[in-house]
Ligand binder design. Structure first.
Ligand code: ISE
Length: 335
């Protein structure tokens, strides 16, 4: 029997997940779509047999044919939906960010522990990207020695309307927050945000790009260039500097054309293309684990730790100073 999934939020990401579950993922089907804009939800549901449109997440979660929830609404809407799903013991794949601040993430952390078993996977899809997986495997190898620095570059062609300066941290740098913790197997202890001269292509009030500096438990230094309006395409790259070598991933997998005295390739236009395989692998892994009655992948602890780092980052962004990250002690439940 296929897993019946309710997709909550049908914006760019949610609509792409609906398409993915409908066309790519095996063993799962979309039985509900939820959006506060009824018309949007209805249009999507109409294209899928046996799919019902809702405007309230709770109503979809109560439906007989809903076995699991994919949460793709904006971050500030996550806490209420997560608590509702946990109250019903429903498995959730929650798009990043888990929640927009540490206190709300902590409430979700407590609710899952009260339930007594993991039910939430956080949608840090880079952990399912082939290049990032290979990078992690290489860094774990003894022969490269310890990782001393990570350089991340995260460039978007433009940001959607309504995207704020804080979201550069909470919605974009949150990815580097997670991959840094995952690649190094260390917590981030402090954040400093620097603001260079801003591009004139960003909306008023957004100082774009920014340079974010993380310090980690074992003293690694990690820099993240976040650029929301680079104009030319979507580019995510990372370079790890180790004691006995350097590893770089650049997402430049496509063909490289040499002709007419030039060489070159294409830059992916957007994250849906750059991370298409990662999203497919992530949602398939979640559906497979859920059908086995398991919860795997990035945990609520990972979502909480990322939220705490981002909260420090937003404060640093606002006040221009180094901010230490405050984390509760990691519960045994998440070890
Ligand atoms: C977006 O929400 C994402 O999650 C993308 O992965 C990220 O690159 C982009 O900056 C965010 O706005």
């Amino acid at each position: 029997q296929a897993l019946g999934i309710a997709v909550v939020g049908t914006g760019k990401m949610g609509a792409d997940h609906v398409r993915r579950i409908h066309q790519v993922v095996s063993g799962a089907r979309v039985t509900a779509v939820v959006d506060i804009e009824a018309e949007r939800a209805r249009t999507l549901a109409d294209g899928i047999e046996g799919c019902t449109a809702y405007t309230e997440p709770a109503a979809a979660m109560a439906a007989q044919d809903v076995d699991a929830v994919l949460l793709a609404s904006p971050g500030p809407a996550h806490e209420a939906a997560l608590l509702e799903a946990l109250g019903r013991d429903l498995p959730v794949l929650c798009e990043k960010p888990l929640t927009p601040d540490a206190a709300s993430a902590l409430r979700v952390l407590e609710a899952e522990q009260r339930l007594g078993h993991r039910r939430v996977q956080v949608g840090f899809m880079r952990r399912y990207d082939a290049e990032y997986m290979e990078l992690r495997r290489l860094l774990a190898r003894e022969d490269l020695g310890r990782t001393l620095m990570l350089h991340h570059r995260h460039r978007n062609p433009a940001m959607p309307a309504g995207f704020t300066e804080e979201m550069l941290i909470n919605d974009s740098v949150v990815h580097e927050t997670d991959v840094t913790r995952w690649l190094l197997d260390q917590e981030i202890t402090a954040v400093t945000v620097h603001k260079p001269a801003a591009t004139s292509y960003a909306p008023a009030g957004m100082n774009d790009p920014q340079l974010v500096l993380f310090e980690t438990e074992a003293g690694a230094l990690v820099d993240v260039e976040i650029f929301g309006h680079c104009g030319y395409g979507y580019q995510v790259q990372a370079e790890a500097v180790c004691e006995r070598g350097v590893v770089r991933i650049d997402g430049e997998q496509g063909p490289r054309l040499t002709a007419a005295g030039r060489w070159g390739g294409c830059v992916t236009p957007d994250y849906l293309e750059r991370f298409a395989d990662a999203y497919d692998r992530e949602v398939q892994a979640w559906a497979d684990a859920t059908r086995r009655g398991e919860t795997t992948g990035p945990t609520v602890w990972d979502g909480y730790a990322a939220a705490a780092v981002c909260e420090a980052g937003v404060l640093s962004q606002r006040e221009g100073r180094r901010v230490e990250v405050e984390l509760i002690e990691r519960p045994a439940f998440y070890r």
